[in-house]
Design a protein around this ligand. Structure first.
Ligand code: NAD
Ligand code: MG
Length: 394
């Protein structure tokens, strides 16, 4: 029986994780659930899963949540608030596995704390890894933590690596990674129309049901850019070894090309419970609840090279990773601010890459050799991105 802490339990990945947990009550006990503000969803999850701890990061909402629990059958659940509480629950002795499923930089410190504490880290929060890069990977190596990718592509690549593979190690026989992408909702839209797309159009992903931020990232293909960086770190490869492949059916979730000419692919329906169940059961397998793949319904699969003029965010991610140091942290921070501004209808869809590139061009690269530097660079890039947004609005 393993204890699990789910950081970001009320989000899309958190909900899918609890669905898998509920199928295996003999294997997993929920120790802690966390949410930012959504206390109604958290309450329902607490009713079903009876965690020992519930974290509500927002202090006001945490107070309301405490009131709500007081006179209920859930009064023995310990409620914590503030972002430090995330680190506390991620490192509890009774926790074996931590699902890192907070969106964006807000998940960095808790994910890193879990890695440092030697937990089995189920990593969905790609932004944390992109920002902190080698610092995160070194924490995993130093503590002997297991790092298992939840992002469907990286989970697929992990499954296509040689037996007994450990994240962070270069598999010498693997020469290239083929990182698949659906191409998002605007794959075929004329480029000149992309300036006018609305937040609702951008979050309507053709194949996957996800949180709003990652849905916009998929539409700009920054998601694939962040994933390219994530793949370099998880599999110790260079950006040149990662080829992005547009595969609109999302049946193949990525491939590994070996030196003997073998290409291994992992396939399945686009259902995040598959990578989640893979990582939770690893090195065994168990039921995820996903429908079996009907290959006859798939019928055919297409593959295209991405167009970097249509998707400048992908080009920027390669530029940031090749530049190295703190540049991926700048890319990530500027993207988070630009996407939020787009969702709030303050800037256009096509302004997103403009904001990011201006931030990158105005920033001097530093070696990302401490967490303090990464956090400082992250804050500076956010301030700069907000200034650029103000200029664009006027
Ligand atoms: P989501 O928006 O649905 O959920 C985000 C979760 O993070 C929520 O539980 C929310 O309460 C919490 N959160 C938000 N801001 C917070 C803050 N400041 N402090 C603490 N908690 C906070 O997002 P999602 O789609 O579940 O994505 C989560 C992560 O998983 C992202 O990094 C995303 O890139 C990655 N991911 C998601 C999918 C997917 O299918 N949804 C696939 C691959 C990777
Ligand atoms: Mg993905």
């Amino acid at each position: 029986m393993k204890g699990i802490c789910i950081l970001g339990a009320t989000g899309s990945i958190g909900v899918s994780t609890l669905d898998v947990v509920a199928r295996h009550p003999d294997r997993y006990k929920v120790v802690a659930l966390t949410a930012n503000k959504n206390i109604d969803a958290l309450y329902e999850q607490c009713l079903q899963h009876r965690p020992e701890y519930a974290v509500v990061v927002d202090e006001n909402k945490a107070q309301l949540f405490t009131e709500k629990l007081k006179n209920s059958e859930l009064s023995d659940i310990k409620v914590l608030s503030g972002s430090e509480a995330l680190e506390k629950v991620a490192t509890l002795d009774t926790v074996d596995s931590v699902m890192a499923a907070i969106v964006g930089a807000a998940g960095l410190l808790s994910g890193l704390a879990a890695a440092k504490a030697g937990k089995t880290v189920l990593l969905a929060n790609k932004e944390a890894l992109v920002m902190s890069g080698d610092i995160f990977m070194q924490a995993v190596t130093d503590s002997g933590a297991h790092l298992l990718p939840i992002d469907s592509e990286h989970n697929a690549i992990f499954q296509c690596m040689p037996g007994g593979y450990t994240a962070g190690v270069r598999a010498k026989e693997a020469r290239r990674i083929l990182l698949t992408a659906s191409g998002g909702p605007f794959r075929n839209m004329p480029v000149e129309q992309m300036a006018n797309v609305t937040p609702d159009q951008a979050v309507a992903h053709p194949n996957w049901d996800m949180g709003r931020k990652i849905s916009v990232d998929s539409a700009t293909m920054m998601n694939k850019g962040l994933e390219m960086i994530e793949a370099c770190l998880l599999f110790d490869m260079s950006p040149e070894q990662i080829q992005v492949v547009i595969h609109p059916q999302s049946v193949i979730h990525s491939m590994v090309d070996y030196i003997d000419g073998t290409v291994l692919a992992q396939m399945g329906n686009p259902d995040m419970r598959i990578p989640i169940a893979h990582a939770m059961a690893w090195p065994e397998r168990f039921d995820s609840g996903a429908k079996p793949l009907n290959i006859f319904e798939v019928r055919h699969m297409d593959f295209e090279e991405p167009n970097l003029e249509r998707f400048p965010c992908l080009r920027l991610a390669y530029k940031a990773m090749k530049a190295g140091g703190t540049m991926p942290a700048v890319l990530n921070a500027a993207n988070e601010i630009a996407v939020e501004a787009f969702l709030n209808e303050q800037v256009r869809f096509t302004d997103i890459p403009v904001i990011i590139e201006r931030c990158m061009d105005a920033t001097k690269i530093r070696p990302a050799d401490s967490l303090a530097i990464v956090l400082e660079v992250d804050q500076q890039a956010r301030i700069m991105a907000k200034q650029i947004i103000d200029e664009l609005k006027n």
